[in-house]
Design a protein around this ligand. Sequence first.
Ligand code: SF4
Ligand code: SF4
Length: 75
Amino acid sequence: MPRAIILAERCKGCLLCTTVCPVKILRRSTVVNSQGYAIAQVSDMSLCTGCGSCALICPDMAIRVFAPEKQERGA
Ligand code: SF4
Ligand code: SF4
């Protein structure tokens, strides 16, 4: 199953990732990281397609996407 992992300490809560997810599973969470940013979260990982769009748009390289049949995307 594809997975999108958000690296909490890199996320600045800009929510750009939420604008590109084709299945709309990215949203702001109530979790605040050590820098004081409310980070993004994946609401339903079972819907992730592994498209990699979120990892590509994130300016802080805070998302890694793992897709069994695709190459890992993101930094
Ligand atoms: S685009 Fe990156 S920095 Fe912005 S909310 Fe999403 S994961 Fe966080
Ligand atoms: S990899 Fe694609 S489907 Fe999965 S969370 Fe990111 S943008 Fe959404």
